[in-house]
Design a protein around this ligand. Structure first.
Ligand SMILES: C[S@@+](CC[C@H](N)C(=O)[O-])C[C@H]1O[C@@H](n2cnc3c(N)ncnc32)[C@H](O)[C@@H]1O
Length: 282
């Protein structure tokens, strides 16, 4: 547990990943609170709102799945909001995520629809065995950038090995410009009676950093408990790739015919909130 004094004396410009690699998605209590954020229709933070997910699923099914009943692997699938909708189109899905509450939710929802061919595994994608013979492997919502470069490349390599010949990778990523802009945006704070970081009244102070040399941003959240004054901090970093670096990384592990799309809707719908995606073939 940290104190206000630790907060005042904190490192001013942290090295990327030096204060942790991500917020604690896999902590049981944090993951319960995060599940509420995934399912919220108030914002697009952990998962997008239903309307956007529905639009994305239609595009993914027609443009990436070629409207076929494919077998697909959803990496960092969260509560399975995309996976379930695609499985309802007679596709067979395997989802991997390390959040206990998200995987429980995905399993509960799909168990209620016994005809769906869905399996969800609570595992860290950095260590998980991806299996093999998939038609499609997908990782969406910019999650790829949260992994350090060597881990990202290992994930691409395992995704390639998990695909059947001719199979496709769908990767929705954050651009270098988006990551830099986030890292260069000023600090902010809010107070809450309860929220993602705590069930008790607290303050959340957010600082953002951009390391131009490392091409990585860091976001640090410092929370202060209103009653005790105790401080906690969490940090996550994002690895920024130029588009040619990303295409080169995919080619280096064996992907070919890399095609870029401006968003998972195929077109730009919501400007800055859209992330681009590429589809690469094995
Ligand atoms: C922004 S959410 C996106 C969830 C889902 N893809 C969606 O769009 O609704 C990122 C997800 O990545 C998961 N995640 C982060 N790091 C992970 C890791 N190392 N292994 C497995 N899952 C991870 C989190 O638990 C979270 O569910």
């Amino acid at each position: 547990m940290k104190t206000l004094s630790d907060l005042v004396n904190r490192v001013q410009n942290p090295e990327p990943w030096s204060e942790g690699d991500n917020i604690p998605w896999n902590d049981p209590e944090f993951s319960e609170r995060m599940l509420a954020e995934h399912l919220s229709q108030e914002h697009d933070l952990a998962s997008r709102k239903t309307e956007t997910i529905d639009r994305h699923v239609e595009w993914i099914f027609s443009e990436v799945f070629d409207s076929q009943s494919v077998r697909f692997l959803d990496l960092a699938c969260g509560p399975g909001l995309y996976a379930r909708r695609l499985a309802e189109k007679k596709c067979e899905c395997v989802g991997i995520d390390f959040s206990p509450a998200s995987i429980r939710h995905a399993q509960d929802v799909t168990a209620a629809e016994p005809d769906l061919g869905c399996t969800f595994h609570q595992e860290d994608v950095r260590n998980a065995d991806f299996g093999e013979g998939f038609d499609i492997v997908m990782m969406i919502y910019g999650q790829f950038n949260v992994f350090q470069r060597d881990q990202g490349l290992e994930i691409l390599k395992k995704a390639h090995a998990a695909l059947r010949p001719g199979g496709k990778l769908l990767l929705e990523y954050q651009t270098l410009e988006q990551i830099q802009k986030g890292g260069e945006s000023g600090p902010s704070w809010y107070s809450a009676q309860s929220g993602l970081f705590s069930e008790s009244p607290h303050l959340v102070l957010q600082e953002n950093f951009w390391d131009a040399e490392a091409k990585a941003s860091t976001i640090r959240f410092s929370t202060i408990d209103a009653q005790t004054g105790s401080v906690n901090s969490y940090a996550l970093s994002n690895e920024a790739y130029t588009e040619s670096e990303l295409v080169e990384a995919a080619r280096a592990v064996g992907f070919k015919n890399v095609q870029r799309f401006p968003s998972l809707s195929g077109t730009v719908v919501s400007g800055d909130a859209d992330l681009p995606a590429f589809v690469a073939h094995k």
